[in-house]
Design a protein around this ligand. Structure first.
Ligand code: PEP
Ligand code: MG
Length: 588
């Protein structure tokens, strides 16, 4: 297939729209793994030119690293920027450079190839030594090698932090550690080949209100940086070189959507209460303290899920108690008088921190993740618990534990929390003695034993993203089996119902903080099941609020009665869809 960039003909890619909106602009294609250098043999007479190119590339790389270091020091502090000191050492490493110069003469191959081979061997040797410091150096060499090769080839460094103009980001896949380096203000839209509704890119895009498409299959290999595209997040369509006719049609659609968006923005100060007077708390999910600005604009009632692991990604060292305290306090103050539910560290799965050297696992989503990790790394966990407790003195803070599978984990976590309370009391540091403690219900065993867990906590928050993944045994990130990922599967509805019944029987409130909470087709279902709180990405909050305001709680209860005897996800979804269309067709 020809490269779309090579012609000006319109070309369309279909995927799954996971965050609504339309974006138009220039593409930046992110290919982190595409770093194989070309190889060709050279004449002896070419050696001086190759050496000059190599020296030029080292100088350019050095300048880029210094610039990046400066930028990070200004935005997040000198400590984070120190990670680049090690990168600078690599471009100045005499052993490495001398070996490249020697091999150029001996092998008579182009310098990209020689450098990649030499640096690759060097990194491999270091990574095989049983020493965490040297293994880290191997990663530095790998990073710097990529950068030098790109400079030699005159291609753009595939570094998201280095993109400084507004763009539509296209990638095969984006890991949380990739997006953590993004300047989010510059991203107009996201498109990935892989992914699903609950993959990290989709969740983040909805929170930031940026249009996004996943499941584009091979768009990233066919597009090149600089292509002009139109990205339709409503219909999951990516149009390269859109024709005048397409642009005109989208202009019309945008006018219609702007009218709806304007109406929605007027809801900011209104309450999320149904027509028959039932109030459901509507809060927002955040990843970083900076997300609070969008939360405030969205009209959410506080934060129902603060995913704190983003604070740990791409950092050379673990964040200290003081750093965490400052961030949590900032969020608590911004959310006041509403509450902030801070979720303790959920590393593992698809979120890793290189400083922790979590070993690679065959099934990371079933592995050493979240609370399982924290209960072993008590040092890391208690640092976070202390910071959260201290922030509870500055606002309405609640805490919740992710990936609880049974009551022992919950009790052990609570014992550590109690130890932290005792320490803070002894040190005379303020915290809220009454801070509410909750458990996420995102593993089937937790939903099934919710009546047991209810005795140990003040609230539940249902993490439907994982609950669906684990109940139906469907990898939430795998686009090949995305059709099996069905929130309205009868089993999921039963698990939610069991959780709500156990919570209410024990006088607990129960929320949903997974992506089901932001899907307005499912709002009638969740209300009918008795959910007390919905926490969605800030971008989805106005729509969900409008949906709640258009519904009758009685009609939602009736819906739940009617679906009791339906046996397929599709049949249940059709019923939900009918209720949604009857009450808020303009949103769909
Ligand atoms: C969930 O699993 O539904 C959830 C909210 O947590 P995360 O998406 O961060 O795993
Ligand atoms: Mg989860």
């Amino acid at each position: 297939m020809s490269n779309p960039a090579s012609s000006t003909q319109e070309k369309r890619f279909n995927g799954v729209g996971v965050s609504p909106g339309i974006a138009r602009g220039t593409v930046f294609v992110y290919r982190p793994d595409d770093d194989a250098a070309p190889s060709r043999s050279i004449e002896e007479s070419e050696i001086p030119t190759e050496i000059a190119r190599f020296e030029g590339a080292l100088l350019a790389t050095r300048a880029q690293i210094l610039e990046m270091q400066q930028r990070i020091a200004e935005s997040t502090g000198a400590k984070d920027a120190s990670i680049f000191d090690a990168h600078l050492l690599v471009v100045e490493d005499r052993t490495l450079i001398d070996e490249v110069l020697r091999r150029l003469g001996a092998d008579r191959m182009n310098v990209e190839h020689v450098f990649q081979t030499v640096a690759g061997r060097y990194a491999k040797t270091l990574s095989e030594i049983d020493d965490p410091y040297l293994r880290e150096r191997a990663l530095d060499i790998h990073d710097v090698t990529r950068r030098v090769i790109h400079n030699l080839m005159g291609t753009q460094a595939r570094d998201l932090a280095g993109v400084t103009t507004p763009h539509i980001l296209i990638a095969h896949n984006l890991a949380p550690s990739d997006t953590a380096q993004l300047n989010r203000a510059l991203v107009l839209g996201f498109g990935t080949d892989a992914g699903s509704r609950t993959s990290h890119t989709a969740i983040m895009a909805r929170s930031l209100n940026i249009p996004a498409i996943v499941g584009l299959h091979e768009a990233s290999s066919q597009l090149v940086t600089g292509d002009h595209v139109l990205l339709d997040g409503y219909n999951g369509l990516l149009v390269v070189n859109p024709s005048d006719q397409t642009l005109w049609e989208y202009g019309e659609l945008e006018i219609k959507k702007t009218v709806v968006e304007e109406k929605l923005s007027q809801l900011r100060e209104t309450a999320s209460t149904t027509r028959d007077g039932h109030h459901v708390i509507l809060s927002a999910n955040i990843e970083l303290p900076d997300d609070m600005e969008l939360v405030q604009q969205s009209g959410a009632e506080g934060v129902g899920l603060y995913r704190t692991e983003f604070f740990y990604l791409n950092k050379a060292e673990l964040p200290t108690e003081e750093e965490q305290f400052a961030a949590y306090r900032q969020v608590a103050e911004a959310a006041a008088p509403h509450s902030v539910i801070i979720r303790t560290l959920d590393l593992g799965g698809d979120k890793f921190m290189s400083a922790l050297h979590i070993p690679e696992e065959l099934n990371p989503f079933l592995g050493w993740r979240a609370i399982r990790f924290c209960l072993e790394r008590v040092d890391i966990f208690k640092t976070q618990l202390r910071a959260i407790l201290r922030a509870s003195a500055a606002g309405n803070v609640k805490i919740m534990y992710p990936m609880i599978s049974g009551v022992e984990e919950l009790r052990r976590a609570n014992v550590l929390l109690e130890e932290c309370r005792a320490e803070l009391r002894a040190e005379g540091l303020a915290f809220n003695e009454e801070m509410e403690v909750g458990a996420m219900i995102e593993i089937p065993s937790a939903a099934i034993s919710a009546d047991i867990l209810a005795k140990e906590v003040d609230f539940f928050s249902i993490g439907t993203n994982d609950l669906i993944q684990y109940s139906i045994a469907v990898d939430r990130l795998n686009e090949h089996i995305a059709h099996l990922y069905e929130p309205t599967h009868p089993a999921i509805i039963r698990l939610i119902r069991m959780t709500v019944e156990a919570a209410h029987a024990n006088n607990l409130w129960v929320g949903v903080c997974g992506e089901m909470a932001g899907d307005i087709l499912l709002t009638p279902l969740l209300l009918g099941l008795g959910i007390d709180e919905l926490s969605a990405g800030a971008g989805s909050v106005p729509r969900v609020k409008r949906a709640v305001q258009s519904l009758d709680n009685a009609a939602c209860r009736q819906l739940v009665e009617e679906i009791q005897h339906l046996d397929t996800a599709a049949a249940i979804l059709a019923k939900c869809d009918a209720v949604a269309r009857a009450h808020y067709p303009e949103l769909l």
